[in-house]
Each structure stands twice: as structure tokens, then as C-alpha cells.
Design a protein around this ligand. Structure first.
Ligand code: GUN
Length: 297
């Protein structure tokens, strides 16, 4: 079998198009422009690339983008003061503090200072609790993107066996909650899991989010299973230079799986598309408008 390739790039472009249509409508009908504030502390090169890309796509869908670049020495008090200012600003509907933060800053404290209604990352403890209890929340962007692709590919996920590899707060745990919410039987595996290959072999859906390059090999995959690769790892090429790979060994898995997301061009583009969808959702909720259909759970 050769797997169907789930084209995350095309999927993300479609989601951004839906967001843009909805943004144009609420601008025209209600005079409201959704606004996303992104806070970057320090000069981490990868974070700078992400933030630039977020800003560009935010403007492209017709939203306002507010970038706050703070130097690496910024104090906790100054960062909290900026968040308080953004919480109070009616033009800001979504707030994202780019992670990781410099070591002297307390990430939990900073994230939990964001107004949960503006927490478009879905990392605030209130949103984590709401998601865990099946209530309306802001849903973390990467797992939301994975769920959208899975729902589109399969229709109903009810009764499917899902194995999530990785237990991070950003991906693994919320992914498991979302799959459970769609009535999958969910196993969360991680670096200490025994007999990982045997556990993955029973899955109809595999979501790999461990941060280990090409760890999941084709002989772990049940024939016909859907493989979602969240990993982004840079590895050396044998003939010099580097290339991006996922947590899945693409070539061997694509021979066995029914469907698979590539790296790059799979989950990655969906993360920013879902951030924009979440900003739109936050804006609609704050203004008491109907939420966009299909762009949140
Ligand atoms: N750093 C890497 N991924 C993310 C993300 O999804 N949100 C934030 N805030 N920081 C990140």
C-alpha cells in the first residue's frame, strides 16, 4: 500500500481562506477587526522566524497584527505589565507569548497572566481545565490542526484506536483530550513507555510528537493506519548540509499507512492557520457574534 499524502499546506491555505472570508464579513457587518498581539522576548532565531511568519499571515487574512519585541533581559514585572495592558486593550482579541522564554522568566506565571478569553494558544490553566472537562475553551493550535485534518480525512473518529506518542502540555496531552472528545480509544505513550512498537501497532491513528527524528518506523504501523507527524527536526545530510524530518520515518511508514502527513508541509502550516482561527473565534466570542463553523471544536 502507498499512503495518501495529507497535504497540510493546501489544507492550511483553505483554513486561512475561510478565516479571511469571515474576517471580511465581521468588518463589513460590525466594524470589528480581529487583532492578534504576539510577544517575543529575546533573539532566539527560530522564534524570530515563527513570529515574522505569524505577523505576515495575520495581516494577509485581514486582521491587525501587534508585535511586541522585548529584549532578552526584560524583567518578569515588565512582561506581566505588558500582558495586563494587552488584556485591557479592546482592539486585541488574541495574545500569544512566544515560547520558550528566557530562563529567568517563569513561563507558567506568564501564561496564566493572559486573559483566558484572549489565550489563543490555549495554554492557560483555565483553558486546559475546560478542554479536559469537554467544555468550550481555546484549543491549542497544533492539536486542533491535527484534529481538523483527521476529521476531514475520516469523517467520524468514533471508536478508533488512537496512540499519541509524546506527553507535552502543548501537543501530546491536549491531542489526547481532543481524540477522547471525538470518542477514540486513546493511549498516550512517551519516552518511558515499554513495548512502544507493539502499542503503536494496534493504532488506527498515530500522532507522533516526541521530538525524536524518524523514530517511528514502518514496521510499527498497522496497515492502513493514519499517521500524523508533529515532529520538526533538523538532521545532517550524508553529503553535507541539513534537512527537516519528522518524528516518523516517512519512507517506510508511507509504504504501510493508509494516510500520512509529510514534514515539511504537513502539520506545520496548520498550526498558524489554527492560531488565526482561534483569534477569530476569540474575537467573535468577545463581541457576542456567531462563531465560525468548522474552525474550532
Ligand atoms: N513555541 C513553539 N511552538 C509554540 C506555540 O505553539 N505557541 C507558543 N506561544 N510558542 C511556541
Amino acid at each position: 500500500m502507498t499512503a495518501t499524502v495529507i497535504d497540510g499546506k493546501a489544507f492550511a491555505a483553505k483554513v486561512r481562506g475561510q478565516v479571511a472570508t469571515h474576517v471580511a464579513r465581521i468588518k463589513a457587518d460590525h466594524g470589528i477587526t480581529p487583532g492578534l498581539a504576539v510577544v517575543l522576548v529575546g533573539e532566539d532565531p527560530a522564534s524570530q522566524v515563527y513570529v515574522r511568519s505569524k505577523g505576515k499571515l495575520t495581516v494577509e487574512v485581514g486582521m491587525n497584527s501587534y508585535e511586541h519585541k522585548l529584549d532578552a533581559e526584560t524583567s518578569q514585572a515588565d512582561l506581566l505589565a505588558l500582558i495586563a495592558q494587552l488584556n485591557a486593550d479592546p482592539d486585541v482579541h488574541g495574545i500569544l507569548v512566544q515560547l520558550p522564554l528566557p530562563k529567568h522568566l517563569n513561563e507558567d506565571l506568564v501564561i496564566n497572566a493572559i486573559d483566558p478569553a484572549k489565550d489563543v494558544d490555549g495554554f492557560h490553566i483555565s483553558n486546559v481545565g475546560l478542554l479536559g472537562t469537554g467544555q468550550k475553551s481555546m484549543v491549542p493550535c497544533t492539536p486542533l490542526g491535527c484534529l481538523m485534518m483527521l476529521r476531514t480525512h475520516h469523517g467520524s473518529l468514533s471508536g478508533m484506536e488512537a496512540v499519541v506518542i509524546g506527553r507535552s502540555n502543548i501537543v501530546g496531552k491536549p491531542m489526547a483530550q481532543l481524540l477522547l472528545g471525538d470518542s477514540c480509544t486513546v493511549t498516550v505513550a512517551h519516552s518511558r513507555t515499554r513495548d512502544l512498537a507493539d502499542i503503536v501497532r494496534r493504532a488506527d491513528i498515530v500522532v507522533a510528537a516526541v521530538g525524536r527524528p524518524q523514530m517511528v518506523s514502518g514496521d510499527w504501523i498497522k496497515p492502513g493506519a493514519t499517521v500524523i507527524d508533529v515532529g520538526i527536526n533538523r538532521i545532517d545530510k550524508p553529503d553535507g548540509g541539513t534537512r527537516l524530518v519528522g518524528d516518523v520515518d516517512y519512507d517506510s511508514c508511507a509504504q504501510v499507512a493508509g494516510a500520512i502527513t509529510p514534514v515539511p508541509g504537513g502539520v506545520g502550516p496548520m498550526t498558524i492557520a489554527c492560531l488565526l482561527a482561534n483569534t477569530l473565534t476569540a474575537c467573535c466570542r468577545s463581541a457576542g457574534l456567531d462563531e465560525p463553523q468548522g474552525l474550532t471544536v
